[in-house]
Design a protein around this ligand. Structure first.
Ligand code: HEC
Ligand code: HEC
Length: 100
C-alpha cells in the first residue's frame, strides 16, 4: 500500500512538473502508465478486483457463453489472475504503441 501511495505521488509529481500536464502528454504516456498498473496487478494477483469479486461467488450459469467458457473452464480452476484477461475495465484500453 505504501509503495502504491509513493507511486501515486510520483504520478502527481509528473502532473505538477508538466510530464503529463496536458491531455496530449497524458495520452502519450498512458500506455506506459497502464503497463505499470498491469504489472503490479499481476504481482498482487488482482487483489483489488478480488476485494469485490470472487470465482466462488460467480453464478456461471447466468453469465454469457463467452464469460462462462473462459471463466468457469479456464480461469476459476486455475485461479487465474483477473488482469490476465481483463485489461481496460475501469479505464479505456490505451492505444497500442506506434513505431512511426
Ligand atoms: C469496489 C468493488 C469492485 C471492484 C474493486 C471491481 N469491481 Fe468489477 N464490478 C463491480 C460491480 C458492482 C459490478 C456490476 C456493475 C454493473 O452491473 O453496472 C462490476 C462489474 C464488472 C464486470 C462486468 C461489467 C463490465 O464492465 O464488463 C467485469 C468484467 C468486472 N467487474 C471486472 C472487474 C475486474 C477485472 C476488476 C479488477 C481490475 C474489478 N472488476 C474490480 C464491483 C467491483
Ligand atoms: C481466462 C480469461 C479470464 C480470466 C482470467 C478472468 N475472466 Fe472474467 N471474463 C472473461 C471473458 C472472456 C468474459 C466475457 C467477455 C467480457 O465480459 O469481457 C468475462 C466476463 C466477466 C464478467 C462479466 C460476467 C457476466 O457475463 O455477467 C465479470 C464480472 C468478470 N469477468 C470478472 C472477472 C474477475 C473478477 C476475474 C478474476 C477473479 C476474472 N473475471 C478473470 C475472461 C476471463
Amino acid at each position: 500500500m505504501l509503495v502504491r501511495k509513493i507511486e501515486a505521488a510520483a504520478d502527481i509529481y509528473h502532473t505538477v512538473v508538466g510530464t503529463i500536464s496536458t491531455p496530449e502528454k497524458f495520452e502519450a504516456r498512458r500506455r506506459l502508465l497502464a503497463e505499470r498498473v498491469w504489472d503490479s496487478m499481476l504481482k498482487n494477483d488482482s487483489r483489488e478486483c478480488r476485494a469485490c469479486h470472487s470465482y466462488e461467488a460467480m453464478a456461471f450459469h447466468k453469465q454469457s457463453n463467452e464469460a462462462r467458457q473462459k471463466m468457469k473452464l479456464e480461469a476459476a480452476p486455475n485461479n487465474k489472475s483477473c488482469i490476465e484477461c481483463h485489461k481496460g475495465i475501469a479505464h479505456k484500453f490505451p492505444p497500442e504503441p506506434r513505431d512511426d
